[in-house]
Design a protein. Structure first.
Length: 89
């Protein structure tokens, strides 16, 4: 998977989160974003990583994103790892 594919999965994840008011509220509370700052934050490279970090904390949400993206759940985690970049070492 390349970065573009990982970003596509993250965009799908954002759509799934945004489609559930309770999950969206929790994401905004945990990220410190408000409705007025969400759109601007979405333009930041780290935003998609934050979305996937949020998603992988909830197995049911990982499954929902995988279904929406028509991929295996493991690819959601792989997309997160790609967006996080290489680990130092």
């Amino acid at each position: 998977m390349d970065r573009a594919a990982a970003e596509g999965i993250a965009a799908t994840a954002l759509g799934v989160v945004a489609g559930d008011p309770q999950r969206l509220g929790l994401f905004m509370a945990l990220s410190g974003l408000g409705p007025e700052t969400l759109r601007a934050a979405a333009a930041e490279p780290a935003f998609l990583l934050a979305v996937l970090d949020f998603v992988i904390g909830d197995d049911d949400l990982v499954m929902a994103v995988a279904r929406a993206a028509e991929i295996a759940p493991e690819r959601v985690v792989a997309a997160r790892d790609i967006l996080a970049g290489p680990t130092p070492g």
